[in-house]
Design a binder for this molecule. Structure first.
Ligand SMILES: [Zn+2]
Length: 270
């Protein structure tokens, strides 16, 4: 599943090209993948493409409602502008989400669920192999702040952490309290802050909370900067049995609430 940085990257790219564009029509190829009245979107001009947690949020001029897109496990967004074709030029593509051959293939494919056609001739494809993802017309979601938002202050984080007797890693990943921290960044953030993932949240001291607040923002921002190449820079995630990048000890793995948890016992204990 794409984590916050991967969604942020595609959202930024789409925002650049889609702002000001007018929707000509919307074609839904799989009914369950789209909720809402298509006619509400026809003729609408896009004001902004943004993100809330792992959802893409498309805003329109003179419309309160927004279009929300959640890619889930295998969703993809592919924007194609082929107006240059015939001029010996390549078509322009922006791709994001689950990587498959559809990133470069002729579209629609059998995994295309929704197509948005714009007045200028360009198109946005929502593909989803396993079809857990969705697109819907709705209100701006009310969610807790994402870790990269200004509202995610140290004070707010302190309150969340000190009020919970759960393992700190589970608090980090609780999307009802904090937005945008998936398994990869929770593991790496805890490593960077030198904190045991199973340590009871309320037992963290001020120093540890401050370190973790900083570390979690740092790993997620690094993920955004690396534009989808963070997998080459994992600190502990997915590195069971390999050498710790700090102490050369061995990275270990265990399960915490069913999720693979990676850590360096040497660096993160105590
Ligand atoms: Zn270590």
């Amino acid at each position: 599943m794409p984590e916050l940085p991967e969604v942020e990257i595609i959202v930024r790219q789409l925002n650049k090209v889609l702002r000001g564009m007018v929707i000509e029509r919307v074609e839904v190829l799989r009914e369950k993948s789209f909720k809402g009245e298509i006619k509400e979107l026809v003729g609408r001009k896009i004001k902004k493409v943004g993100r809330k947690s792992k959802m893409m949020v498309m805003e329109f001029m003179e419309l309160k409602k927004v279009v929300l897109i959640h890619l889930k496990m295998t969703g993809q967004l592919i924007y194609i502008d082929s107006r240059l074709r015939g001029n010996d030029e390549e078509e322009m593509r922006i791709v994001g989400g689950h990587p498959t051959a559809d990133w470069v293939n002729e579209l629609p494919s059998k995994h295309t669920r929704v197509i948005i056609y714009f007045k200028n001739g360009s198109r946005l494809f929502f593909n989803d192999m396993r079809a857990f993802g969705w697109m819907k017309i709705g209100d701006v979601p009310r969610l807790p702040p994402d870790v990269v938002d200004k509202e995610f202050t140290l004070q707010l984080f302190k309150e969340l952490v000190s009020g919970s007797k759960r393992a700190i890693k589970l608090v980090l990943m609780d999307q009802k309290k904090i937005g945008g921290v998936g398994n990869i960044y929770a593991n790496d953030g805890l490593f960077l802050a030198k904190i045991d993932p199973k340590k009871m949240a309320s037992s963290l001291d001020n120093n540890e909370i401050e370190r973790l607040h900083k570390a979690i923002k740092k790993v997620i921002n690094k993920g955004i900067l690396l534009a989808g190449k963070y997998q080459n820079y994992f600190l502990v995630y997915g590195r069971e049995g390999e050498k710790c990048k700090k102490c050369k000890g061995k990275i270990e793995k265990f399960k915490l609430s069913g999720r693979g948890t990676y850590w360096c016992p040497n660096c993160q204990m105590g």
